[in-house]
Design a protein around this ligand. Sequence first.
Ligand SMILES: N[C@@H](CCC(=O)N[C@@H](CS)C(=O)NCC(=O)O)C(=O)O
Length: 247
Amino acid sequence: MITLYQFPRLMGIPNMSPFCLKVETWLRMAEIKYEMREVADPRKAPKGKLPFIKDQNELVADSSLIVRHLAKTYDINLDASLSQQEKAIAHAFGKMLEEHLYWVVIYNRWIDDNWSKVRQEFFGHMPPLVKTLVPNMIQKKMQSDLNSQGMGRHSKEDIYEFGLQDLKAVADFLGDKPYLMGGHPTTVDATLFALTCNILNVPLRSPLKDYLYKCKNLSAYNQRMGKQYFPDFFLDDDESVAAVGEG
Ligand SMILES: N[C@@H](CCC(=O)N[C@@H](CS)C(=O)NCC(=O)O)C(=O)O
């Protein structure tokens, strides 16, 4: 049995970490059975980040390396129908989402207006002294990560503009296809859904969310993926938190 180590479930979605949600989505797409262990402190992970998995006695960290390991070990190829050129496009979109849009989401949560809500949700349950120290420490680390990556050096307007450009590129390419690369879900859909769900279905405000609400093909895509792979979160009832994602 594979064990997926990831952040605890929070704010009504399967995972607030796009990388954790990517792996859990992929596991469900590949129909691989797994058990989940919640880890609150990523410093305990092999590479200091989540997710990681344990397969037999092997630890594998990093979402892309996990997917590569699982695909190879269990002989699963979700991208068999793609041409070389389509694989290249899917790869480029995946990296844009993980290495660029992701940082806009991080800025939105840890630096911009949502910080007090995130602080309460993530750390509200901690003992009083820890609760006053830890959130500020982690926020400082996030600010430093954002600066090292580069995104954190831009103005708020430019950061959101960068994120909106990414979403528009995905929406334009998706067009009226059910999945990013066509009629069938492929690996890149695990990444795309992880990001759209983390923007649309959390009770946090952002210009990215406003855009997705208006962007009918991408919001329908998010619902389609959610209902297909996380029916436990995406209820048929449109009043469900996951379906509405207030905020
Ligand atoms: N390249 C890694 C990125 C993983 C990652 O950035 N995880 C974040 C959560 S979304 C994390 O654990 N951050 C903790 C930290 O940086 O201290 C992957 O694909 O798994």
